[in-house]
Design a protein around this ligand. Sequence first.
Ligand SMILES: [Zn+2]
Length: 309
Amino acid sequence: MHAFTHPACLGHATGPGHPERPERLAAVLTALRTAFPDLIWKEAPRADRSKLQRVHAASLVDVVLAPIPEGLVGLDPDTVASPGSAEAALRAAGAGIAAVDAIVGGGALRAFCAVRPPGHHATADTAMGFCLFNNVAVAARHAIDVHGLKRVAIVDFDVHHGNGTQAIFEHDPQVLYASSHQAPLYPGTGDERETGCGNVFNVMLPPGADGTAFRSVWRSRLLPALDAFAPELLLISAGFDAHRNDPLAGLQLEAGDFGWLTRELAAIADRHAHGRIVSMLEGGYDLQALAECSVVHVDALLEPPRQPR
Ligand SMILES: [Zn+2]
């Protein structure tokens, strides 16, 4: 198990009152370091521009990397950049690339990337929904293009639909995208009739849905699709904003629900992917819930694989 982060990810300032704030990552890091003192931490490298552009238009990379001397620049009504944001975005995307290298190229089994800004709303050419680069999409593309994998699954249990990830891969049969999300909720995509080229699996949960409903849809619909796809690598968009205490959404999950799903995902990875999982932090806006869920998630990732490679 490797954990990736970088201090620059704390330097992405978003202004007073913004929910996607540096304290989120600080809470995750403190909780993980306390719960798992032996965890191996690695410094996330910067993503190369060429690797970003496997997924993103050059115009978006230009926008995100444009120097900001001071203050905040609004990229959309929710998404801001500050002087430290370009470096944070490069390190967040770079974490996923380095994690794929460590897992696919280096023989480690699992990696967790404790990074921000999050990524799953960023499309090929647009930063949105607190996301600058689509970190998990860059990682998936790297696994396929550089490591030659043929089937990579992206599982997204953030309470919001990962519209950017879906849009990037909806015509790519080498990537499966499976998401549960609250509907209605931002960004408004993720209808169950959106199926890509047969590689997109969306499940909508109504406001107020609890862990029983969440486990039921994963057990009956999303996990079987994932199992049938038989991924060689499992990537997770790990957002914890479906927790009952989260201020941005209305699902009623508890930390144990995230632990349950992580163990189910680990079992599928053990079955098809030699146990290989790269998990990347997405949302989660109640600091205490975010910290608790991160610990439960990493704890489940740390469990020994059921079928060692
Ligand atoms: Zn979210």
